[in-house]
Design a protein around this ligand. Structure first.
Ligand code: ACO
Length: 382
């Protein structure tokens, strides 16, 4: 293969098929198992979307009830996982904290497996493991934020569904329905996005017949980067830097003069706008109204208008979700862990799909180093 044929960053390369989601930048649409994500976000609880992504169909009322019962059973942090998190410095990044927690959960869940030859597990085991991670991650993420604030771990509430319980676990207050709805939407929008960098990482690891937890740990590592999931945290730093709408132009002049990347804008696949942004912006608007913070909407809109006008680059999902999580009360450092709690569904759906039809992922490279050369004192064996 010549260097001119190389697609740097695998841009435009179709690496495999998937039946989980379809991204169409031409029509600006994103389908989960055939359903437009906007319709799912407006009508479904996150549990139903998780079920859909794993099983291919939305649950019936009875299936959803059973799913929720199982989810509630697996919400609690085990003492071992809590101890592992507590052993980390308070100023370690929460992404490292969640990555460590998943690693510890995996070590306990797969203990006794023996050989690496048995690491992969059965499809039933892996579906169960996926659901368990989905159920426990709200406690991991919420405890992380509470720990940094010097607060105690809170126990889950069995009378609350996933999204409301997540907010309860973080803040220890029963959340307002408007906040639950906005949060639920964000989880659905973040749940899945085909072969993005972290999902592809999970598929690469899975393709070696490694276990689900190793694949998720690798995916968390990929998500941490500011070119991917870390952007929602980075967006908030930008909002904090700018401060208010009247400072946008001056700030943008300086940022563009320094050739800074403006986080929350641009996308590898969507070049004319991210299909998820209008739905998340609508959720942000309800939060702006609920918390009576028109200043946030003003800054959001001014920066978007100015940046799109100057660069022709549109916002991605991280742009509205950053300020939305801030309004809800999440610390900026917790934003990307929230992305993990949602994307665990997409990652594990892809892990299951990769396992069901596996081929080792191992691309080629074109060598551009020095020509062949030799060690002077080397004498070949005869
Ligand atoms: N701010 C300023 N310039 C930008 C931005 C941005 N956010 N995004 C792209 N550009 C410019 C680049 O500087 C480059 O300009 P050049 O051709 O003059 O060098 C051009 O647009 C193409 O950008 P690339 O980075 O090469 O395009 P790519 O498709 O690889 O990038 C990416 C996509 C990485 C997401 C990029 O737009 C970016 O860095 N955005 C900011 C980070 C971000 O928001 N990431 C979240 C992604 S979505 C998600 O994870 C939910």
């Amino acid at each position: 293969m010549s260097e001119s044929e190389i697609r740097k960053g695998l841009a435009g390369v179709v690496a495999d098929v998937t039946a989980i989601s379809k991204v169409n930048p031409e029509t600006n649409s994103l389908l989960y198992r055939g359903y437009p994500v906007q319709e799912l976000a407006a009508t479904q609880p996150f549990e139903a979307v998780a079920y859909l992504l794993w099983h291919g169909e939305l649950p019936t009322a009875a299936q959803l009830a059973e799913f929720r019962t199982t989810e509630r059973r697996h919400r609690a942090l085990t003492p071992e996982v809590k101890a592992a998190v507590d052993a980390l410095p308070l100023d370690s990044h929460p992404m490292d904290e969640v990555r460590t927690a998943v690693s510890v959960i995996g070590a306990f869940e797969t203990a006794g497996t023996g050989s690496v030859l048995d690491a992969v597990g059965t499809p039933e085991q892996n579906l169960q493991r996926s659901l368990q991670l989905f159920a426990v991650l709200p406690a991991v993420v919420s405890y992380g934020q509470r720990r940094r604030r010097g607060q105690e771990l809170i126990e889950s509430r069995d009378d609350l569904d996933y999204a409301a319980n997540f907010l309860w676990l973080t803040f220890g207050e029963e959340p307002h329905q408007a906040v639950v709805d906005a949060f639920n939407r964000s989880m659905i929008l973040y749940a899945e996005h085909s072969f993005n960098a972290s999902t592809f990482t999970a598929r690469v690891i899975t393709s070696t017949l490694s276990d689900l937890y190793s694949a998720v740990v690798g995916a968390i590592g990929a998500l941490k980067g500011p070119l991917h999931g870390g952007a929602n945290e980075a967006v908030m730093h930008i909002f904090d830097e700018i401060g208010s709408a009247d400072r946008v132009e001056e700030w943008l002049d300086a940022a563009l003069a320094e050739k800074r990347k403006i986080m929350g804008f641009g996308h590898r696949v969507y070049k004319r706008g991210d299909s998820r942004v209008p739905t998340m912006k609508a959720a942000l608007d309800t939060l702006v109204e609920h918390y009576d913070r028109p200043d946030v909407a003003e800054l959001y809109e001014k920066l978007e208008t100015e940046f799109v006008e100057r660069k022709g680059i549109y916002p991605n999902l991280d742009y509205p979700s950053g300020p939305a999580y801030n309004l809800i009360g999440y610390d900026t450092l917790t934003f990307t862990p929230l992305f993990i709690a949602a994307r665990i569904v997409g990652w594990t759906a892809h892990i299951l799909e990769q396992q069901a039809s596996n081929a080792l992922i191992r691309p080629l490279s074109a060598y551009n180093g020095v020509d062949e050369r030799h060690i002077e004192q080397y004498e070949p064996d005869t």
